[in-house]
Design a protein around this ligand. Structure first.
Ligand code: FES
Ligand code: MG
Length: 577
């Protein structure tokens, strides 16, 4: 950020509109074609509003209205709003997984901003991958950028029972499979679990990443916690529009906001929320876009010192609407005290510390005090060993504690279809002490590292009352899921990682306190199996899929494309263009 305010001639859009040449004639005459006279835009910052609204994204239904509120704010502050639709990345609908397309949206964001006359940008997202994708693209482009979080939907409700996105889907599905509820009950759950616009209201990827965006400094203070239908969400949208215009004049860019400390703040936030494990992959990717090296080791260090304060499902009991009424993210950040670096700058021009100074906790049950946390630490653990030389992760708080230290016999599925075909087979040789292993579910192999990591428990064991088992894969898991699921095993099996070499009957040892994950075979046996391993044929031979397969990095590097990352801390901030 420079100390000198920009002048209209300094604006990037001046090159499109302000100069006197043949091209600028074209830009002005075509703007006139859209019904604008010169007075409406000349010398004003052009604010790109990147909107991920679509008719297939239920989490962003209200964005059609919110974008009007953003525009209202931009007009009032003397800017010129231009709404640009970008990929919608609808978590419930897009196959095989939105994760396959996160980098695609990030590229679209960067190139849209580069190729059009944008002086600043409002990023409208919230449904899982939209948040990291929008931020990654904006960080690489480094124009003044502010994030508008979609906000959580209202609490679900069915027959007087509160329902949470994802979590209760898994819970009642298991109950249905075990014969504990009827088909009619299941239909009732279907009708009541998502009853307003907004993203998942459990602590899934959406709530985790929008909160991380706020902790990073990319939203107006308090915005991430406001439920989508709340009129305060609309008010905050208009204020976001007003603020971005001022940010352009101040030249306040992502590179002024992102530091190793603000990234640590966001990681601390994710962990204190007991947020989605997906956030690990996204936080690593977006930090690397800024040239900040965030490692799994750093994540584990921060995890060990960070208490879980948010009593929100699936780790806790409540939902995002309750979290908002309890004081919201600002109150939780304040309670974290010295674990948060309050000196970090945010989009409103103030520091994070200033933004949370007057926050209060209104329910110590929903937002816990440091003295009475939901869990004292280990909202997340990074594991290493001969099964995951580059790391794997588990959320111990979401797992049955008796599985935190466990050795069991592997039951291996070579891919998702194999698992789907055999998991409920009565003849499958499996009991609750076994370790379910799924191969070929990683970034390259699946492809796109889908949320398959909550591997199903065999029906016959469910009927015996088994509710948790140790499960291991190179997939991700929905943040709304739970269970003793080891995820993100790197390197992945499809490219020959050790997970590819595990066989039925091998003993696998998990030790969460010791942070270990090993398959109990000798190095010689491992080497023999590696020598015999045959690489599977590529998933794609053309198109985006082929590009993804060639360039996607492993989970411990954030699954960004190798040609999009920046290496070397402190390198944040070139681009522009
Ligand atoms: Fe959009 Fe969960 S489906 S956030
Ligand atoms: Mg999700």
């Amino acid at each position: 950020m420079s100390t000198k305010r920009k002048t209209p001639e300094d604006l990037r859009s001046h090159r499109w509109y302000g100069v006197n040449d043949l091209r600028s004639f074209g830009h002005r005459s075509r703007t006139a074609q859209m019904g604008y006279s010169r007075e409406e835009y000349a010398g004003k910052p052009v604010i790109a509003i990147l909107n991920t609204w679509s008719e297939i994204n239920p989490c962003h239904t209200h964005f059609k209205q919110r974008v009007e509120e953003v525009k209202r704010g931009i007009w009032q502050a003397g800017g010129f709003p231009v709404e640009l639709p970008v990929q919608t990345l609808s978590e419930p609908f897009q196959k095989p997984t939105t994760m396959l397309y996160r980098n695609f949206l990030a590229m679209e964001v960067e190139e849209t901003l580069r190729s059009y006359p944008a002086d600043g940008v409002v990023l409208m997202g919230g449904c899982d991958k939209t948040t990291p994708a929008l931020l990654m693209g904006a960080i690489s482009m480094d124009l003044p950028a502010i994030f508008l979080p979609a906000g959580p939907m209202l609490n679900g409700n069915w027959n007087g029972r509160t329902l949470g996105s994802g979590s209760d889907t898994w819970k009642y599905w298991a109950d249905l499979r075990a014969g504990k509820i009827t088909e009619d009950d299941w239909k009732g759950v279907e009708g009541g679990i998502a009853r307003s616009p907004g993203h998942c209201m459990t602590m899934g990827t959406a709530s985790t990443m929008t909160s991380a965006a706020e902790a990073l400094g990319f939203t107006l203070p308090g915005f991430a916690s406001i439920p989508a239908p709340d009129s305060r969400h609309a008010q905050m949208s208009a204020q976001t529009g007003m603020r971005i215009v001022e940010m352009v004049w101040e030249d306040l860019k992502p590179s002024d906001i992102l530091t190793a400390q603000s990234v640590d703040n966001a990681v601390t936030t994710c962990l204190a929320l007991s947020g989605s494990t997906n956030a690990i992959v996204h936080m690593i990717a977006l930090a690397r876009r800024a040239g900040i090296e965030l490692t799994l080791g750093r994540y584990d260090d921060i995890s060990r010192r960070t208490p879980v304060l948010a009593n929100v499902r699936p780790t806790g009991q409540y939902l995002m609407e309750d979290f908002y009424y309890a004081g919201g993210l600002r109150a939780m950040l304040k309670e974290l005290g010295e674990l948060i670096d309050g000196t970090q700058r945010t989009v409103n021009g103030k520091t994070l510390g200033e933004n949370i100074a007057d926050a209060e906790i209104y329910s110590g049950e929903v937002i816990r005090r440091r003295a009475t946390p939901v869990m004292p630490d280990t909202g997340l653990a990074v594991l290493r060993g001969n099964l995951a030389p580059d790391g794997a992760v588990i959320k111990p708080g979401a797992a049955d504690p008796k599985l935190h230290v466990h050795t069991g016999r592997a039951v291996v599925f070579r891919d998702y279809n194999d698992m789907a075909a055999r998991i409920d087979d009565e003849a499958l040789d499996i009991d609750e002490s076994c370790v379910i292993v799924l191969q070929h579910a990683g970034p390259v192999g699946a492809p796109g590292m889908p949320e398959w990591g909550q591997l199903p428990i065999p029906k016959k064991l469910l009927q015996q009352g088994v509710r948790d088992m140790l499960r291991i894969s190179d997939a991700r898991m929905s943040g709304t899921s739970y269970g003793a699921c080891v995820l993100h095993v790197a390197p992945e099996s499809f490219i020959g990682g050790p997970l590819a070499l595990v066989k039925d009957g091998d003993l696998i040892e998990l030790d969460v306190p010791g942070r270990r994950l090993n398959v109990l075979i000798s190095d010689e046996e491992m080497a023999r199996r590696r020598a015999a391993w045959v690489a599977p044929p590529p998933r794609f031979t053309r198109g985006y899929g082929a590009m993804h397969q060639i360039h996607v990095m492993q989970a411990d590097k954030g699954c960004d494309f190798d040609f999009l990352q920046r290496e070397g801390a402190g390198a944040c901030g070139a681009a522009g263009g």
